[in-house]
Design a protein. Structure first.
Length: 206
């Protein structure tokens, strides 16, 4: 990489490259989910896919935050919304799509709290309704996988109750993540090669 290249002056481009790496991870996880080495790896692979998808979103939001031209921001918003529309296939009332994927990630990342009914959102609900037990709250935010033959993560009580969140993980997610990165690259002007973490950034003139 050129000695004059400064990370802090090219944060929007760095963000796109990070998004590219995580989109590559999404593709790899999807292949493992669809063709597992054995059944014991399917659950952790699906959990890790949620983390990878969340990181793709974070990289896109980072790209938007540091985009040097104001006109880029609505185009980035549109690309992010397309991504979220594809992967968020269920969400509770009053919850937007960004909140939905963040909640899915939080429940898995902070399993030591949410399985015990002590997660941040669970505490809020208990404060609003003290009659709710920790068991009630744990069941309300319980993660489950693969309902109705879909490769999806579901956060919420057991069916027939509606989920708080449902995220698609394998059949749609890889294409949606890759499309988002390609759109970001075109908007901010950076050339990335999917899957090659050591590839230096190359400006395309934007």
């Amino acid at each position: 990489m050129d000695e004059l290249f400064r990370l802090t002056e090219n944060t929007h481009r760095v963000a796109v490259q990070l998004g590219d790496r995580w989109a590559t991870a999404v593709g790899a996880q999807a292949r493992r989910i669809q063709s597992p080495e054995n059944l014991r790896v399917t659950v952790p692979d699906q959990w890790l896919q949620v983390v990878a998808l969340h990181h793709v979103l974070v990289a896109a939001q980072m790209t938007r935050k540091y985009a040097p031209v104001a006109a880029m921001k609505p185009r980035i918003d549109s690309a992010i919304n397309e991504f979220l529309n594809a992967i968020v296939i269920g969400r509770g009332p009053g919850m937007n799509q960004r909140e939905a994927i963040a909640l899915a990630r939080d429940v898995l990342e902070h399993f030591d709290e949410y399985y015990c009914g002590t997660g941040k959102l669970q505490k809020r609900e208990q404060a609003a309704d003290p009659s709710l037990s920790k068991e009630d709250l744990a069941l309300r935010y319980r993660p489950s996988l693969g309902l109705a033959g879909r490769t999806a993560l579901r956060i919420g009580p057991d069916p027939p109750a509606d989920p708080l969140v449902e995220i698609e993980l394998a059949s749609i997610a890889p294409k949606a993540a890759r499309q988002l990165v390609e759109e970001l690259a075109a908007i901010v002007g950076v050339d990335v090669l999917a899957g090659f973490g050591s590839t230096p950034l190359r400006s395309t003139g934007a």
